[in-house]
Design a protein around this ligand. Structure first.
Ligand SMILES: C[S@@+](CC[C@H](N)C(=O)[O-])C[C@H]1O[C@@H](n2cnc3c(N)ncnc32)[C@H](O)[C@@H]1O
Length: 260
């Protein structure tokens, strides 16, 4: 997508504080709590401390991954894991599909949310090393009856899946999000009351602000990837079969449901 098509907001404000005030007065939602990195860290730690903990064995695998892979920030954060877990439990999800398994951290999180009898997590992954790492953790945690990691390109695997899922988590290659979304709907993989959760839909804010106020503008790859998210967010917004909310949480979390 061409840079010219990116919406530009001309904020006259000179500081984040002024920006937050201006935005509030315009009834806009801004993550004003994260006014500095220090505030963002303190707020996140505060929330983590007061939210229900993740099971020790799941955290152990998160720590193991962090110590043994070169790009641990591919995993959802602890607070995001708790948030997704809360949503899954609140919705009483029984069948969860995840696109993008990585080392299996989020799959283990999902497995804690579905019923031990009749619950199922299917996670799609293309990277053989990651599949091996995830399967090892799943075996060690005796979760193999609950979690199935399906190897291969997700776009192909999606064509083979059957039945409805209560929750579908998009967290693989951003270039694939539109195809995944379309396949999910075309193949009726989303239960009528189900929800698609799409991660990273704001991509460091690059979907909407790429000027000198956004330090991420220097990361060429991120800018290129965020173009896919711009296209995805617009694609979903224009689809009358669904409605979405894009939450300015973490790196952007979209919740998408079918309109009955
Ligand atoms: C952000 S990571 C997933 C992190 C994981 N959900 C977690 O929080 O622990 C994205 C994963 O998607 C995988 N991936 C990328 N393209 C894919 C594709 N076309 N099909 C399947 N998996 C893919 C990558 O190999 C990577 O492991």
């Amino acid at each position: 997508m061409l840079a010219e098509t990116i919406p530009r907001y001309e904020f006259p404000a000179t500081s984040l504080h002024e920006l937050a005030l201006l935005s509030d007065s315009n009834q806009m939602l801004v993550p004003s709590l994260a006014s500095t990195p220090e505030v963002a860290v303190a707020v996140t730690e505060y929330c983590n401390g007061l939210c229900a903990p993740l099971p020790r064995r799941v955290l152990d695998h998160q720590n193991y991954t962090a110590a043994n892979v070169s790009n641990p920030n591919m995993m959802i954060s602890t607070l995001e894991a708790k948030t997704l877990s809360w949503i899954a439990r609140d919705r009483k999800a029984k069948r969860i599909l995840e696109i993008g398994c990585f080392s299996g951290f989020s799959a283990l999180v999902w497995a804690e949310c579905v019923p031990s009898s009749g619950g199922e997590v299917i996670s799609l992954e293309i990277d053989k090393e990651m599949i091996a790492m995830a399967n090892k953790a799943i075996r060690e945690q005796d979760m193999q009856d609950m979690i199935t990691v399906i190897p291969g390109p997700a776009a192909e695997t999606l064509q083979t899946l059957e039945g409805e899922f209560d929750l579908i988590f998009l967290d693989a290659d951003k270039a694939g999000y539109i195809t995944y979304f379309e396949t999910i709907l075309a193949r009726k993989l989303l239960a009528p009351n189900g929800v698609i959760l799409a991660d990273n839909t704001l991509y460091s804010g690059l979907v909407c602000i790429r000027n000198e106020h956004n330090p991420a503008r220097h990361e060429t790859t991120s800018v290129a990837v965020s173009d896919y998210l711009i296209a995805f967010n617009k694609h979903v917004a224009e689809d009358s079969r669904v409605d979405q909310i894009i939450l300015p949480l973490f790196d952007g979390l979209s919740m998408i449901r079918l309109i009955s």
